[in-house]
Design a protein around this ligand. Sequence first.
Ligand code: BTN
Length: 266
Amino acid sequence: MNESVFVKKITDFSNIYRGPFVKKINAFDELPSTNTKVRSLAIQGAEEGTVVIAQTQRKGRGRFDRVWQSPKGGVYLSLLLRPKTPIEKTSLLAFVAALAITHTIRSFNLPARIKWPNDVLVNGKKIAGILLESDMNDTQVSYVIVGIGVNLNTNLAHLSADVRKNATSLRKEHGSSIDIDEFLNTFFLQFDRFYQLFSAHHFDLIIEEWKKQSDILGKRIKVQTTNDIIQGTAVDVDQSGFLLLKTSEGTILRVTSGDCTIIDES
Ligand code: BTN
């Protein structure tokens, strides 16, 4: 697909899509990062429901300042939210996004699961990642940017060897390419569904559904945090979406961020 064909396809989709959340989809052939673009729109006062999507990114960002490799074929999009919910619930927006992606991928008959906090896996390999960035003070959230990268029709050979060994794509798992409009249509409807629960303060329902789709609860895991590696059994998530890890000494640790790996399936 050449550049202008991508922008036209997404713009045509945007003109007919009528879900409650999405207000406007801004499509680009190439950007440094869709999150950066949404941030500048947010600062200019853009409304909730503004979406930016790019065919490729030159400086796609992942969690912990990692690079998010963004070759053609993937979905790179960012959503602007201006939630009016309590500030301590903001991290649950990662659950909202992970659930929307998981249900979208499941609609293509693929067994998507969530790895805390917000990686989406199919058959144990990463198919999508989520990066939340926000602007808030002690009491109020000005905006939250939900950045989502999905290996839709990505040619995995276009990813570096170290990323590729733990990655998969919908095309590979499904056996054929998936139309991006079909993917976006389902994704936005699913996002609407879970964001409405969030906006209505039904945090318990979001957490309950997240637990059903989670890949790690009950398993022994290792979590790489910014300063440490901790090990234990993933026993639960709390009301803010933080992980509760039971160590071999029986202590319960509350983990707010990190990267986890399953040690065994018991
Ligand atoms: C992760 O798993 O580390 C999160 C990856 C998030 C990548 C997406 S792609 C669209 C948006 N723009 C970015 O620069 N990053 C996010």
